[in-house]
Design a protein around this ligand. Structure first.
Ligand SMILES: [Ca+2]
Ligand SMILES: [Ca+2]
Ligand SMILES: [Ca+2]
Ligand SMILES: [Ca+2]
Length: 345
C-alpha cells in the first residue's frame, strides 16, 4: 500500500511551512552586526514573537512584547552550505549571567534524519552517548545574547564544539545596554549544518548540502532570564514543543526558497557536460537553462554545431574547447560560454 504524506508531516507545526530567503551571490550579508544588508528581505520571511509559544513556564502564546520581543530572519546563498540568521530582540532585562543568561537557541537537522539527537536511547552510558552521538546527525547551538567579554559566543550542545568557529560559523553582535538594563540586541551570524558532525573533528564530517526548493528541519527557542538568573522568565520556542532541543522530529519545516522574482533574470542559459567515452572523444551536453525557451544553438568550439536541446558530440581531434550555448525564447536571448572546460585526449 502506498501512503501519501507531505514531506513536513513528520515534523512539528505541520500546517506551517517557514521560508528561508535566498540572497543573490553579489548581495551576501556581511557579518558586522549591521542590518542594512537584510532590508532586501521581505516581511514574509520575518518570524516574530507571535510565532512563539512558552511551553516551559506555561505562558504559551500569551506573549508580552514589553518583556521580550524578537524577530528572526533566515537566509541562504545557492552554492554555499550555510544558513544566515538575523536575530533582533528587545528584552526588558538583559541577563548576561554565564550559565543561565539570556539565550537564543537553534536546532537544525538539514537532511531531516529526525529522532533524538542529544541522548541516544540505545546507549546507556552517558559518556559513550555524548562522544558518539550528541549533535552528530542534528545540531544544537546555545547562543549567548550577548556573550560576556572574552567568552564563547556559542555553546554547542554536542560533542563537536569546532562547528561554532570559522570556517563553519561566524557571528557579530550590536547592542549598547549593560547587564540588567533593557534594550535592543542585534545578532548576525551564519552556521554550517552537518549530516554528520563527529567528535573527532571536521575530517570525517559531512556538511549538509543545501538545495533550492528543498525542506530542512529547523527551530529556535529564546530562553529569557530576567532578574532571577536561576529561573526562566520564559522559554519561547518556534516549534511549540519543548523537546525541539533534543529530538529532531520536533523541528519545523523550512523551505530553501528560490530567488525572489526581482533578482531573477527571466531567461538564463546554462549547461553541464560529461565525457561519455574518452577513447571516442564522445561528450554529452545537458541543457540546464531556465525560463521559456524555444530554440537552442550549440557551438562546440571545433567548427561544428547543433540545434538539439541535449546534444551528444564526437570530437575528431584531441584538445580543449570553448563551447557556447545560445538560447532564445519569447523573453529574449541568453548565452553561456564555458572556456576550455571541455577537454578530450
Ligand atoms: Ca550585516
Ligand atoms: Ca524579559
Ligand atoms: Ca540530520
Ligand atoms: Ca532577559
Amino acid at each position: 500500500m502506498l501512503l501519501s504524506i507531505s514531506p513536513s508531516q513528520a515534523l512539528q507545526r505541520t500546517d506551517t511551512e517557514f521560508k528561508i530567503f535566498q540572497f543573490p551571490a553579489n548581495m551576501i550579508p556581511r557579518i558586522d552586526g549591521q542590518t542594512d544588508d537584510w532590508t532586501m528581505v521581505p516581511d514574509s520571511y520575518a518570524y516574530g514573537t507571535d510565532q512563539l509559544s512558552d511551553t516551559v513556564m506555561g505562558n504559551f502564546t500569551n506573549y508580552d512584547r514589553e518583556d521580550l520581543d524578537v524577530t528572526v530572519r533566515v537566509g541562504w546563498v545557492k552554492g554555499l552550505n550555510r544558513l544566515y540568521f538575523l536575530y533582533e530582540a528587545y528584552d526588558d532585562y538583559w541577563n548576561m549571567y554565564y550559565k543561565y543568561g539570556d539565550l537564543f537557541e537553534i536546532a537544525i537537522d538539514a537532511d531531516r534524519s529526525g529522532g533524538p539527537n542529544i541522548a541516544n536511547p540505545q546507549i546507556d552510558d552517558p559518556w559513550e552517548s555524548h562522544f558518539l552521538f550528541k549533535g552528530v546527525h542534528a545540531q544544537n547551538y546555545h547562543i549567548f545574547t550577548p556573550s560576556g567579554e572574552g567568552r564563547d559566543w556559542v555553546f554547542v550542545w554536542g560533542c563537536q564544539p569546532w562547528i561554532g568557529r570559522l570556517p563553519y560559523a561566524n557571528h557579530a553582535y550590536s547592542y549598547d545596554f549593560e547587564e540588567g538594563e533593557s534594550g535592543k540586541l542585534v545578532l548576525e551570524f551564519w552556521i554550517t549544518p552537518f549530516d554528520y558532525a563527529p567528535y573527532d573533528g571536521p575530517e570525517r564530517a559531512a556538511v549538509s548540502k543545501l538545495e533550492e526548493n528543498s525542506l530542512i528541519a529547523l527551530s529556535w527557542a529564546v530562553l529569557d532570564f530576567d532578574e532571577d538568573h536561576t529561573e526562566y522568565e520564559g522559554f519561547w520556542n518556534l516549534s511549540h514543543e519543548t523537546r525541539m532541543d533534543s529530538d529532531a522530529s520536533n523541528l519545523c519545516a523550512f523551505r530553501l526558497m528560490p530567488l525572489e522574482p526581482e533578482y531573477l533574470k527571466p531567461l538564463e542559459a546554462e549547461y553541464s557536460f560529461t565525457v561519455v567515452n574518452m577513447d571516442r572523444r564522445l561528450v554529452a551536453f545537458t541543457d540546464r537553462s531556465r525560463g521559456a525557451i524555444t530554440s537552442w544553438s550549440w557551438d562546440f568550439g571545433d567548427g561544428r554545431s547543433s540545434t538539439e536541446q541535449h546534444p551528444i558530440h564526437q570530437y575528431e581531434e584531441p584538445g580543449e574547447f570553448v563551447v557556447t550555448l545560445d538560447v532564445e525564447g519569447p523573453q529574449g536571448k541568453a548565452r553561456r560560454v564555458k572556456v576550455n572546460q571541455v577537454m578530450v585526449k
